[in-house]
Design a protein around this ligand. Structure first.
Ligand code: CA
Length: 230
């Protein structure tokens, strides 16, 4: 199913076991034994999801969670807290502080993967492998395939991501800055008019079947993807 995950866990064996299981399920994994290590990792690259242990040696997972949510760069990262039985009562505090979900140790690998999948589907649909159908188009992220009826449409990587984002976020107006964030990602510095270039290409790629009409230009603001051609 893919997606990069940062595992913040100070018990080395648990950390390794979780990492091995995630890798076997197709995730790219980074690991941190402490909050400072996690901060270093995050400075380098933002993962698609963080698994955060509640009890860590220097800073508690809870304090770190609050810090991540307060920082504009990290506030949107999906986070699943890992807690022991003893901290189960605190889980409400964790959810209130912005955790997306929590898992109580010991948990099965199957449960872990199911929770991760659910959180990624909800919070980061661009990472999800789930097939999306909307407006007469079907987009399959796993196969990197877009079809309109029997017709296969050829899309390049950026246009594919852009269409994926549009199809998972229809009807809303997206500014160029939002599209840059969502489609190009973190740590990328591209001019806003680059968005227009790729919108133009995406429209060309959708034109053979008339689906370019799904993308509306909203004057002075950005773009909107319509649910249907009518
Ligand atoms: Ca721990």
């Amino acid at each position: 199913m893919g997606g990069s995950i940062l595992v913040v866990e100070d018990e080395l064996l648990t950390q390794k076991l979780i990492a091995a299981n995630l890798e076997r399920a197709g995730h790219r994994v980074r690991r941190a034994l402490s909050v400072p290590e996690a901060e270093l990792q995050l400075r380098e690259v933002l993962p698609d999801l963080v698994l955060l242990d509640w009890i860590l040696p220097d800073t508690t997972g809870m304090a770190f969670l609050r810090r991540l949510r307060a920082d504009p760069r990290t506030k949107e990262i999906p986070i699943i807290m890992l807690t022991g039985r003893a901290e189960e009562a605190d889980k409400v505090t964790g959810l209130e502080a912005g955790a997306d979900d929590y898992l109580t140790k010991p948990f099965s690998n199957r449960e872990l993967l199911a929770r991760i999948k659910a959180v990624i589907r909800r919070r980061a649909p661009l990472v999800s492998d789930e097939v999306v159908s909307l407006g007469g188009l079907t987009l399959d992220p796993g196969l990197h395939l877009v079809t309109a009826g029997d017709c296969k449409l050829e899309l390049l990587a950026i246009e594919f991501r852009m269409l994926h984002f549009f199809m998972t976020h229809p009807d809303r107006v997206h500014t160029r800055a939002q599209l840059l964030d969502q489609v190009w990602g973190d740590h990328v510095y591209v001019e806003e008019r680059t968005v227009d270039v790729h919108i133009r290409r995406l429209r060309q790629m959708l034109q053979p079947t008339g689906h370019d009409a799904l993308i509306e230009t909203v004057r002075g603001t950005g773009y909107r993807f319509r649910r249907s051609l009518n």
